[in-house]
Design a protein. Sequence first.
Length: 150
Amino acid sequence: MSDYWISVVLGLIEGLTEFLPVSSTAHLRIGEALLNISLQDPYWKMYTIVIQMGAIFAITLLFLGRIIEFFRTFPHGEDGQQSFWNHPLTMTAGAFVVTAIPSFLLADSIGEHLESIQFIAWALIVGGIVMWVVDAWSAATNRRCRTLSR
């Protein structure tokens, strides 16, 4: 398969998985492995970085209005019903810290397993099970998640 068609396939994988609650990076890695692309090849590593930067840029542009609105209405929210603690910007910062600290502490281990297809597969399976359990629990207890798209 030519590099052009590989790029099209990987672009489709990135585009389809970017908006789903799954890891687009993991799916790109699986796609590369299925297409017999060496995960060590510097060209394809750079391609993966660039295509994901494009997706992040596109999402930022898509939600730019909402992002500006979050900053404009901080800390009380659009309806004046929020506080510093429950505003989306504060919750995003909290989620970042909760994710960044373990990621920083486990950076060596993560880097060691980042390109292991078996590790990626297990992470997707475990993550899927966790999402299913949380969804089933919230449905069983009649709990609803608040949306940020008011």
